[in-house]
Ligand binder design. Structure first.
Ligand SMILES: NC(=O)c1ccc[n+]([C@@H]2O[C@H](COP(=O)([O-])OP(=O)(O)OC[C@H]3O[C@@H](n4cnc5c(N)ncnc54)[C@H](OP(=O)(O)O)[C@@H]3O)[C@@H](O)[C@H]2O)c1
Length: 304
């Protein structure tokens, strides 16, 4: 009989696709959600309510569960006001804290935690090629401080003897949700333009490969930190032009200057201005096979 997996943040872009895939493989899924309206259940899929901000959790979510997949977190794709920043950080730290506290107090026999993280942990660099062991120097980046704290919060699970896996996710490419539809929108309207110098590296992953990668780390019970990016990152100019090519649209406007992006998006412009060229070797060395190595193949699959 396939195991029961508890997923937090399962109603988001990654979680929806992962839940569908794991259900299809025969797993039973428990979903911890902050949305009260989603409560209800059937044999293979059950919803449970939690509110990590006030330490509230329905601990029956752990019944029969072997592994927890943690995807919960307030979106970083919102203007980084003071309160948004607090929510982006706290939602991630509190979620892990509430989960670990409940597991400890209830003595639930969870054997693995797979927690989402992000390549934003690596410093902005046009030349580095980041492997998991790289430790970035401290800087004033909000994103890096969030991801560092997020990863550190998983040590609570290691201290309980739970196998802990951290997946540093790159830009997830999905046709309907996340970054791709946002990048596509102006290109479709003949207003596409390369962002800033266009030289910044963007390490991407096709949603199907990311779902397969989560499943691979679950089934092989892999421990440690893994980059979850495709083998061939691209620079921003190539990303814009490849999308335009698949959509059969020209890109004739000049590059959007960095200062304009900063004015428009504020501090959050770091999401599109920072450069992280990230290596996928470590997960490939565990036997993981990507279906989408090249951006063009991923885009053709998603957009045609
Ligand atoms: N998509 C990407 O390109 C990307 C890249 C790098 C890292 N990641 C990380 O991977 C994880 C999953 O990504 P995603 O794109 O699927 O995210 P998403 O679509 O924004 O979904 C995240 C989920 O987290 C839950 N959530 C939202 N605010 C919360 C809060 N204040 N407290 C607790 N839970 C909250 C929500 O689920 P409920 O409403 O059911 O509670 C939401 O559906 C996220 O943590 C994200 O930061 C994503």
């Amino acid at each position: 009989m396939a195991a029961t997996i508890l997923i937090t943040g399962a109603t988001g872009l990654v979680g929806k696709a992962l839940t569908k895939h794991l259900l299809h493989k025969g797993y039973a899924i428990h979903i911890l959600t902050t949305q009260k309206t989603l409560l209800g259940s059937d044999k293979k899929l059950q919803y449970f309510y939690w509110n990590p901000q006030v330490n509230e959790i329905d601990t029956s979510c752990f019944d029969g569960v072997e592994a927890v997949i943690n995807l919960a977190g307030s979106s970083i794709a919102q203007r980084w006001t003071k309160s948004a920043k607090t929510s982006i950080l706290n939602s991630r730290i509190q979620s892990l804290h509430v989960l670990s506290k409940a597991i400890k107090e209830g003595n639930f026999p969870i054997n693995q935690l797979i927690s989402a993280s992000a390549i934003g942990i690596y410093s902005d660099s046009k030349t580095n090629y980041y492997e998991e062991e790289y430790v970035s120097a401290e800087d004033s980046s909000f994103l890096r401080s969030v991801v560092r704290a997020w990863e550190s919060a998983t040590t609570q699970f290691q201290e309980m003897g739970i196998k802990t896996t951290i997946l540093r996710i790159g830009i997830v490419l999905d046709a309907k949700d996340g970054a791709l539809p946002k990048i596509m929108a102006p290109i479709e309207k003949y207003c596409g333009a390369v962002l800033a110098s266009g030289e910044q590296w963007q390490s991407w992953i096709h949603i199907d490969d990311l779902v397969a990668l989560f499943t691979h780390t679950l089934e092989l019970k892999l421990e440690g930190v893994y980059n979850a990016v495709a083998p061939n990152p691209v620079q921003q100019a190539e990303l814009t032009k490849s999308i335009a090519q698949v959509l059969k649209r020209p890109v004739f406007l000049p590059n959007v200057p960095e200062f304009a992006l900063k004015l428009l998006l504020g501090e959050m412009s770091a999401i599109v201005l920072e450069s992280q060229r990230v290596c996928s070797k470590k997960i490939q060395n565990t036997g993981f096979k990507f279906n989408y190595h090249e951006l063009s193949a991923a885009l053709k699959n998603l957009l045609n």
